[in-house]
Ligand binder design. Structure first.
Ligand SMILES: *Cc1c(COP(=O)(O)O)cnc(C)c1O
Length: 393
């Protein structure tokens, strides 16, 4: 038996890829804030031109600080290689764009992340690429939506509002049998709670803005997959769009990684306490949370995910827009903001994105309020929720 710690999360977060002797044995890695790298010989420069993924030439390609991050993130996902972008949206764009051509067809889960959907609806059609949205919770829907020109399955599991999930092994097996590439947005779980490569997914994306960064102070996006796939994306979209992460932001993500597992642990624990409070609250109609027994895909969640994170969707008993609004406006410590995965608890009501006259209380998702549980004490969060509940009848 191999007793080396090489696959352990602590090794990845603390040691992997840190060649400290190269930088004065500094414990924290340096920010190599350089745009270009010098060569002594024409021969060496020629080699770098020939394969920009082999050497430091120009920071739109490789950069030493970014490389430390790439190695850690690839290892966390159990992938051969990784590319890091300056946002999750950039990672989605590059990863999908590199793998479709005019005439291709994509099958995607319905309601994927906003900017993925915008790409499918607005940008890709200009290049002759069409998308069919399906309810991805049922494997037969993937099969039924597949056409002869389908080249990519786009997954997001769980979704970040209603936590709809896909059976990843089943979808990957189906895709492999039809020679279709699988791409997943794994932002909710991070590779710590869901190892999608193990389940046969080809390209794993996650936003680093959320849990990897963890401090609401930088954006980032990750793609993991085979060396060949990462090289393909590097040589096209990564270099051409120039959306790779900058060294300082990469350094912030490296710092975030140090505490990733401990933050997830804490958030998971607190979230269970907050769920227990919300579930039986007289002003709450229901909550949606993947690790709650009421969740329609609870069994799949338990089988496929090692943990559940800090997102909970709340549906209040009231159907009045005015009262949903008053509840959210009454919170004093939980901030109202987009995003999640940081240290701070957040709330965002779906109705904020819906025109007042278009709000329809019979449409359940119009009433969704998404709570993100941060690193505060459970009591602190619960007390704030309680006083906001008391503001509505
Ligand atoms: C935030 C988010 C993204 C996009 O990431 P950015 O870093 O904001 O571009 C993609 N997918 C999900 C599920 C997200 O929550």
């Amino acid at each position: 038996m191999d007793t080396s710690p090489k696959n352990e999360i602590s090794f990845i977060l603390n040691e992997l890829a840190e060649e400290r002797e190269l930088y004065f044995n500094a414990v924290a890695p340096p920010i190599v804030q350089a745009s270009n790298f010098a060569f002594k010989k024409v021969e060496d420069l020629r080699k770098a031109f020939d394969n920009e993924m082999s050497d430091y030439l120009y920071s739109r390609g490789l950069n030493p600080t970014v490389d430390i991050l790439r190695k850690k993130l690839a290892a966390l996902d159990g992938a051969e290689d990784c590319l890091v972008f300056n946002s999750g949206a950039a990672a989605i764009f590059a990863g999908v764009f590199a793998n479709v051509k005019s005439g291709d067809h994509i099958v995607s889960v319905k309601s994927p992340y906003t900017w993925a959907q915008r790409m499918f609806d607005v940008i890709l059609p200009r290049f002759g690429v069409s998308t069919t949205y399906i309810d991805g919770t049922k494997i037969e829907n993937w099969e039924a939506a597949t056409q002869s020109n389908t080249t990519l399955f786009y997954l997001e599991s769980p979704n970040s509002w209603d936590f709809a999930m896909q059976d990843l092994r089943a979808v990957a097996t189906l895709a492999q049998s039809k020679n279709i590439l699988t791409f997943i947005d794994n932002s909710y779980c991070t590779p710590i709670y869901q190892n999608v490569m193990e389940m046969g997914i080809d390209v794993a994306m996650q936003t680093a803005t959320k849990y990897i960064g963890g401090h609401s102070d930088t954006l980032g996006g990750v793609l993991c997959g085979s060396s060949a796939m990462m090289k393909k994306i590097f040589n096209s979209e990564y270099l051409n769009i120039g959306s790779g992460i900058q060294p300082f932001n990469a350094w912030l993500l490296l710092r975030g990684l140090r505490t990733l597992s401990i933050r997830l642990e804490r958030v998971s624990k607190t979230t269970i306490e907050v769920v227990a409070f919300l579930k039986h609250h007289p002003k709450v109609e229901s909550i949606i949370f993947p690790f709650d027994e009421s969740f329609p895909q609870y069994e799949l969640a338990k089988r496929q995910m090692k943990g559940a994170c800090g997102l909970i969707t709340i549906i209040l008993k009231t159907k009045k827009l005015e009262e949903i609004t008053r509840f959210c406006n009454s919170l004093q410590h939980i901030l109202m903001a987009v995003s999640w995965g940081g240290y701070e608890s957040l709330i965002i009501p779906k109705c904020a994105g819906i025109k007042v006259l278009e709000f329809n209380p019979e449409n359940l998702d119009h009433r969704y309020i998404r709570l993100y549980v941060g690193l505060e004490e459970a009591d602190y969060i619960i007390q704030d929720l309680e006083q906001a509940f008391s503001a509505i009848p």
